[in-house]
Every structure is written in C-alpha cells, then in structure tokens.
Design a protein around this ligand. Structure first.
Ligand code: SF4
Ligand code: SF4
Length: 433
C-alpha cells in the first residue's frame, strides 16, 4: 500500500500515546506494549511516532533518511502491539501497523533500504531463502525420514515447514516430533522438500513488497501443483503470511484449507486419532504467544467501502469496515496441548492479543540486534515474574531467539518449542515406565 493511500488514517492519529501501553494490565511493570519505544526511549520509536515520521515522508518534509530516522523505523519487530493497543485503548481508525509497512515500502522504493535487508533480499532472489543458504539444504532436517514428496506421490495434506524451521538446526527436534505425531495418527501427508519456496513474510515486513509478491506467487503455484486440500503450517511467519499478507498482495490462495500444526494435533487428539502419554511434566510452564501466530494471524478481510462522518465528527464506514482487534489469532490450541502434557501452566501478564513481542521477527533483529535482545530480555523477565521455569512457544523464530538470548545472558529460564516440550514429556514416560 502506498503512503498516500494512508493519508486519512495517519491524519486521524491524535498523538495520544495509547499505542505505547497494553490495555488493562494489573501491574505497571509489564504494561508496556511496544519493544521499540522501550529500546529507543523516544516518541518516534512508538507506533504513533512512526505515524508522524510517515506523514512527514509523505509530505516530503524530511531531508532524506538520517541514520536516526531509519533506526526508529526499523528497530521495531512489526509486531502489531501498537495497532492492537491503539484500537483497544483509543481509536479503531488509525491502524499504525499498516502505516509502518507502507513507510518501509516507501523507504525501499526511495533506495534507502538498510544494507542488512538488501543482503537478505539478494539472498532470497538467488537462493530462495533470506539466509543465503543453498536450496539443496532446505530439507536436511528430514534426512533418514521416510516421507512423501507431494509433487511425486499425491497426498491430501501438505505439511509446510517454513524457512526458519528448515534452516535452523535447533528447530529440527521440533519438526521431527511433529512428523512422529502425524505418522502415529496416520495422517496422509507430503512435503515439498527442497522445492518449498520462502513464504515471503519477511520481505513484506521489511518493505520489499515485490520480493514478497514473487515469493507468494511461487508458493501458491506450488501448493496448487501439489493438489493438496489442506495445508498445515509449522511456521508462525508462514501462517501469518498465508492468512494475512497474501490477500494484501493480491495473491489468492484458494481451494485449500490452511491450519496451524497446533490446531491439527489438538484436533487429532480431540477426535481420538492420537493419544498422548498420561504422564505430565511437573514443572511450572508458561506460554509465549508469538505475534505472528497470535494477533497478526487474524485473517485479513478486504474492505473497499467509503468513509463518511456522522454528526460532523464521528467517522463511519459504509459498508462497515472489518476492524482487526487480533481476536482471530491462534491462542487456545497451543494452550490446550500444553495442558495435556503439563500439570501447571501459568499465563504471562501480557498474553494472547496483548502479548509482548520477543523481537525475533519483522527485520529489527538483523539490523539492530541490540534491539531484539532488549525485547527478549524483557519477555524473559516477564516469564521469571510469572514463577515459571519453562517458557514454551509454538513459533520457531521466537523459540530460537528467546533460547539464544536466555543462554547468552545466563537467564535461568528454559525455552522450549511446543512439540519439543511434548517429546520430552514422552521421553520421560519411556524412561520412567
Ligand atoms: S497511533 Fe493510535 S494510540 Fe498511537 S498516538 Fe496515534 S492515535 Fe494514539
Ligand atoms: S510494531 Fe511493535 S515494535 Fe513496532 S512500533 Fe508497533 S508495537 Fe512497537
């Protein structure tokens, strides 16, 4: 979306700063919504502040992009907490996250992309992933497993892996347990293996919309070729991209049902197709809601109506415009899975739609690693305050990032992927049986 198309939305921001605060928090210590302003400590880092920067860029009132301006725009995980907080606390007609994406698109089109992001997009063009790794290494995680190549042996279900899961070895135990559970439940599924394209979500987040559209088209084309009826996503970023980014890019993923692996496994258990051990983990566990899998996965519904005013001051839309409060994300399936294998789960203070971002995604980490580390440390502190010794996430990017920061900073919190955690409980059963 072009910045000019967001003029009215930007104009409706009244600089109230409610986007900095999580609504209805019981304590001030964990009431902040925005990792960016916590890091930058200046208004321009907030959702509302970026809105002001965007307006100035649109009006051509900046003398180029200074290093400080770029830092305030990109030391940000595009987590959307400002967007949800703005709507819950104040107004549902501003949508700061959409403006952040439009601002980043404008910066890229002006040739001012950050070198770290330009390098990632160069890698995406040449290798099909943002890490610059050979496509032939994408399915190394599956070596030794007897799995179907869905383009050769048709299956009704396509298991979509996602780049960060495929290329990050610490995620491989998670993937392997997913395979174990699906096979145990006799699900007839296949994979794209090395042919699976990057989902394009990262490119969208950092403002490279053409790269994102290209990746989306390749993905949709391969899913259509697979003839799958159902796509199961293992990646939070890919799930968000399918539900939310592709419709914005005008790329239609039709004829298939998309669900996240936590929904699939939870459904299999509920239907009696999969049994889990009766034994449960004794330690106190907390769940970290990934922004991508949570509020940002709320399916996008296109709206093309018109704005009018009632009584000269109240904005109304005809037909009513769908408002994204983040209610449609994936929240309960992962929690129910944890509850099946653990005796005691506690909620973090900021949870579900109002979860605090760990800083892993959105392009901030690559350009400003100290920003991403700051966000993760804050989230780990929240875990510690909950009394949990373990934090579980259903998003590979969150798990890897939180784990790495906890390890390097010596934070006494164990970080686990959800399926890795379930595998560990099963292994405990085997050794104690
Ligand atoms: S983005 Fe929303 S919450 Fe933030 S300052 Fe603007 S109107 Fe207020
Ligand atoms: S997207 Fe997240 S990090 Fe960026 S300004 Fe909004 S709340 Fe802050």
């Amino acid at each position: 979306m072009k910045l000019e198309d967001r003029r009215d939305y930007m104009a409706r921001c009244d600089r109230c700063s409610h986007c900095k605060w999580t609504p209805g928090m019981p304590s001030g210590r964990f009431a902040s919504a925005c990792p960016s302003i916590e890091y930058g400590q200046f208004h321009s880092y907030s959702g509302g502040g970026k809105n002001i920067t965007a307006y100035a860029v649109m009006e051509n009132r900046l003398d180029g992009y200074s290093a400080e301006t770029l830092r305030s725009v990109y030391a940000c995980s595009a987590c959307g907490a400002c967007d949800t907080a703005c709507k819950w606390n104040h107004a549902d007609t501003v949508d700061p996250l959409d403006t952040i994406h439009a601002l980043r698109e404008k910066i890229v089109s002006d040739g001012a992309a950050l070198p770290e992001h330009a390098a990632a997009m160069d890698a995406l063009s040449r290798h099909g992933n943002c890490y610059g790794r050979p496509a032939s290494e994408r399915s190394n995680w599956a070596k030794g497993l007897r799995l179907k190549d869905i383009l050769v042996q048709p299956a009704p279900v396509l298991l979509h892996i996602g780049s960060e899961n495929a290329y990050e070895p610490s995620q491989w135990p998670e993937l392997r347990h997913v395979i174990t559970l699906l096979q145990r439940a006799k699900v007839n599924f296949g994979l794209l293996f090395d042919a699976e394209p990057d989902c394009g979500g990262y490119a969208f987040d950092i403002g490279f919309q053409d790269h994102a559209r290209d990746a989306a088209r390749k993905t949709v084309e391969l899913i259509a070729r697979s003839k799958a009826e159902r796509v199961i996503t293992c990646s939070g970023e890919a799930h968000w991209a399918f539900q939310n980014v592709y419709p914005r890019l005008g790329v239609k993923l039709t004829g298939v049902r998309v669900e996240h692996i936590t929904q699939t496994v939870e459904g299999l258990i509920a239907a009696g197709a999969l049994e889990l051990p009766a034994r449960r983990a004794a330690e106190t566990v907390s769940y970290h809601d990934s922004c991508k899998l949570g509020r940002l996965s709320e399916p996008y519904v296109e709206w093309a109506g018109r704005w009018t005013q009632a009584m000269g001051q109240i904005n109304i839309t005809e037909p009513p415009r769908p408002i994204r409060y983040g209610n449609g994300g994936i929240y309960e399936a992962p929690r129910r899975l944890i509850d099946r294998v653990s005796e005691h789960r506690v909620e973090l203070q900021r949870n579900r739609q109002l979860a605090y971002c760990c800083g892993a995604l959105g392009g901030g980490k690559e350009a400003y690693p100290d920003f991403a580390r700051h966000a993760a440390m804050e989230r780990l502190e929240e875990v510690r305050a909950s009394g949990a010794g373990v934090v579980v996430s259903a998003c590979g990017a969150c798990t890897s990032h939180l784990r790495e920061v906890a390890r390097s900073a010596g934070v006494a919190v164990e970080v686990r992927g959800l399926f890795e955690f379930m595998a560990r409980v099963e292994a405990q059963k085997e050794t104690t049986a």
